[in-house]
Design a protein around this ligand. Structure first.
Ligand code: ACO
Length: 332
């Protein structure tokens, strides 16, 4: 079998976010911040958050069902479910098995993948490898996060940034590998930077209720300024490397879909690549940083808005805690 000739493609995409919206003005009442500061520094205006009694699995299942419908694939045809998340409902079982049960994917294996904000790209590339070996497989790749449940609502340096949501893609063999499918990818990590973005409490080092750890360490903490510097440098490098080694230049891209962490990071990248605004997907204003859900939410809305058509050259790029980073160059 010539593995190189087989390409995987996104056959259908879905998304779901909790209806509850928290605006910058709502946050002004909770912490010492302002709509002006948040908008200027991040581009975020509002974010969706889970209400009591809801779980992110509800939305991962909803997004998965929509992706299946769009791809015209039945749950029984799914061979594997990969859920990118750092905020699953439980430690055991995984979010992926809750989705498996929720959509009745009776022939699927299921596992979670933890790679913070790069999780969706990592999962897409893992799916791509499975499809090269098993070309008839159909794989559900999901990015889903309940970041609000790991947010310290008294810490203004983080609570204004994060949001909840889920996006799902059915990935399978490209029906036309010349015109559609994943062309190349970039995966990377730098574990030496891990102290810059952490959620220490609740793991096996500091189990829940461990009193050695201050209470605020049971929530996500970030040294934003330091993360910003590495994020801009790495995202630019990934984009340029992927384009160069595949003999493309930035103007060949139909749409750049960057992880939605900060509008200033996205703008920096856009300027470095010399792209006009219409070639860069931005929806951070509505959802904030949804970590692994950010790229599928952006892809979904880009397609819905008619900015992404079959065969278009798309560049995905993400960066997150760890650090992890990833990129994918594909024809939609
Ligand atoms: N409202 C008002 N003031 C604030 C707020 C707030 N919400 N948060 C911080 N400030 C203050 C700070 O205390 C500081 O005050 P000081 O100058 O008196 O000390 C001032 O604003 C500037 O703070 P900075 O942290 O330097 O602000 P910066 O311009 O760097 O913006 C931000 C902060 C938005 C976090 C930015 O650094 C960023 O986006 N970083 C990268 C985030 C990222 O890419 N993360 C990766 C993925 S996330 C994940 O994996 C879950």
């Amino acid at each position: 079998m010539n593995f190189n000739k087989i390409k995987s493609a996104v056959l259908g995409i879905g998304m779901a976010v909790p209806p509850k919206v928290l605006t910058n003005f709502d946050l002004e009442k909770m912490v010492d911040t302002s709509d002006e500061w948040i908008t200027e520094r991040t581009g975020i205006k509002e974010r969706h958050v889970l209400e009591d009694g809801e779980n992110i699995s509800d939305y991962a299942i909803k997004a998965a069902k929509e992706a299946l419908e769009k791809a015209e694939v039945s749950p029984e045809e799914i061979n594997l479910i990969i859920c990118a998340t750092v905020t699953p409902d439980y430690i055991i079982p995984s979010l992926a098995v809750l989705v498996q049960d929720g959509i009745k994917a009776s022939n699927a294996g299921a596992f979670d993948l933890s790679a913070t904000c790069s999780g969706f790209i990592y999962s897409l590339i893992v799916a791509d490898q499975f499809i090269k070996i098993n070309p008839d497989w159909k794989i559900l790749v999901i990015g889903a996060e309940a970041l609000s449940r790991k947010t310290n609502w008294q810490d203004r340096t983080i609570c204004v940034l994060l949001g909840d949501g889920a996006g799902a893609a059915v990935v399978g063999k490209s029906p036309d590998p010349e015109k559609r499918g994943i062309i190349d990818f970039y995966l990377g990590a730098d574990g030496s930077c891990w102290p810059l973005l952490t959620l220490k409490g609740g793991g096996s080092c500091f189990p829940p209720f461990d009193e050695r750890l201050p209470k605020e360490e049971f929530y996500i903490k970030m040294k934003g300024r330091e993360v910003f510097k590495v994020a801009t440098r790495m995202m630019e490098k990934i984009c340029l490397d992927l384009l160069e080694r595949n003999n493309f230049s930035p103007e060949d891209i139909k749409l750049l879909v960057p992880h939605q962490a900060n509008l200033r990071i996205i703008e920096y990248l856009r300027e470095k690549l010399g792209l006009p605004k219409e070639k860069v997907m931005v929806n951070i204003n509505k959802y904030g940083n949804t970590s692994a859900a950010s790229i599928p939410l952006a892809l979904y809305e880009a397609e819905k808005e008619g900015r992404l058509k079959k065969g278009d050259l798309v560049l995905l790029v993400a960066f997150g805690g760890g650090f992890t980073y990833g990129g994918a160059l594909l024809r939609w």
